[in-house]
Design a protein around this ligand. Structure first.
Ligand code: CP
Length: 317
């Protein structure tokens, strides 16, 4: 069966999810990002790879990190960048998402970066755009957030280069998290031998172990001897009804505090995709502590997004 994310020569054409991407493509993205990480440290932070191309940010859902780092990444590749403000666009007059996209293609947009509350929105656009147009999923519902998964594994690889000898714990609201799904697929595809998920039963998808993870409900047991602790926010906007007794109770059982972090390996790193809710899933002493790599994750997001866009622009139809 054709992989909609790859062109006929096996090169990346759209980035819609990590699931279904071969290990060599993931590794190519990470290796390409490594070279772009250096560009961000130069005085002139620009390369001409996307000169003459237009990147269009279509964010139907709020974002701070993803939208801004895509915009910076596209500018560093010398692309023209348009960020459509959906709230003030003609969507409010009844225009469909696809008509909006087709109008932007008529203006010669080459790459769409799409965030949407509906799972499958980016796939839908990718199925309908002209063959020369590329689509990147910047987060769709609870389904997938592939560039976040990639920047997370890039960060892990930077701090813990031996991926084949790692224990990674993902903690919190796995059920509603597109980030968790993307991370699990990226980590298992890249050969990380032990990925744990730690959450109450109400915040885990059914049959989650089929994704190749080890399930823990007790945070103290789950954190024992891990190399990486990845915290997740409670995604209240995607919850139907009360899944937890209270935020205070949740913090007591699943909040990352210095004493719980002490159960991980002494050199463990702490990650969070953001936005963080301090005092709910993470204590400020940990978020701002010496083991935290939460802000470097954001910085590496630029290099990873540069890598993805440069690879798309190099693919065929
Ligand atoms: N991690 C993440 O997707 O953050 P934003 O919602 O701010 O883009």
């Amino acid at each position: 069966m054709n992989n909609p994310q790859l062109d006929k020569n096996g090169r990346l054409k759209h980035l819609l999810s990590i699931e279904g991407l071969p290990k060599d493509i993931l590794t190519q993205i990470l290796d390409t990002a490594e070279s772009f990480a250096g560009v961000s440290e130069r005085e002139v932070k620009k390369v001409p790879l996307l000169r003459g191309r237009t990147v269009c940010n279509l964010f139907f859902e709020n974002s701070t990190r993803t939208r801004t780092t895509f915009e910076i990444a596209a500018k560093r590749l010398s692309a023209d960048v348009v960020s459509l403000h959906i709230g003030t666009s003609s969507q409010s007059k009844g225009e469909t998402m696809l008509d909006t996209v087709n109008n932007l293609v008529a203006m010669h947009a080459d790459i769409f970066v799409v965030r949407h509350a509906q799972s499958g929105a980016a796939h839908f656009i990718a199925r309908h755009v002209a063959p020369h147009v590329h689509v990147i999923n910047a987060g769709d519902g609870r389904h997938s957030h592939p560039t976040q998964g990639l920047l997370d594994v890039f960060t892990i690889r930077r701090y813990k280069p031996d991926m084949h000898n790692l224990r990674v714990a993902i903690v919190g609201d796995i059920l509603h998290s597109r980030v968790a799904r993307s991370e699990i697929h990226a980590l298992t595809t890249l050969g990380v031998p032990e990925v744990r998920v730690i959450a109450p039963k109400t915040l885990l998808p059914e049959y989650v172990e089929r994704l190749g993870v080890h399930v823990y409900h007790d945070m103290r047991q789950g954190l024992k001897d891990v190399d990486v602790v990845m915290m997740l926010r409670l995604q209240n906007e995607r919850m139907n009804g009360a899944l937890l007794p209270s935020a205070q109770e949740y913090f007591k059982c699943y909040g990352l505090t210095p004493d719980k972090l002490a159960l991980a390996r002494p050199d463990a790193i702490v990650m969070h995709p953001g936005p963080m809710n301090r005092g709910i899933e993470i204590d400020s002493a940990v978020a701002d502590g010496t083991q935290s790599v939460i802000l470097p994750q954001v910085t590496y997001g630029i290099a990873v997004r540069m890598a993805v866009m440069s690879m798309l622009a190099g693919s065929g139809e």
